[in-house]
Design a protein around this ligand. Structure first.
Ligand code: FES
Length: 89
């Protein structure tokens, strides 16, 4: 697994590399996505991972990743009929 360090750059890239989003606590984008996919709220993600509890500069990036993960999960949960209807339009 490759690790890319990101310093105050906002949301992490999506890809095969793990990106350290919170340098203070060493929390990666993968960990944040996993927590969000498990249904944890943003506050729970902060609490469970420790992200955002140091200098706080990663908090916006964490929030964006959680929002992206939720949007992706919602898209994946769309019923097949709704997906077919949208695709036909
Ligand atoms: S980088 Fe996350 S708390 Fe400092």
């Amino acid at each position: 697994m490759h690790i890319t360090f990101v310093w105050r750059r906002g949301a992490a890239r999506i890809g095969e590399h793990a990106v350290i989003v919170c340098l203070c606590k060493g929390v990666t984008d993968r960990r944040i996505r996993r927590e969000a996919a498990a249904g944890h709220s943003l506050d729970e993600v902060f609490r469970r991972t420790g992200a955002g509890s140091g200098c706080g500069s990663c908090r916006l990036a964490v929030a964006r990743i959680v929002a992206e993960a939720r949007a992706a999960a919602k898209g994946a949960e769309r019923p097949a009929a709704a997906t077919a209807k949208q695709d036909a339009a």
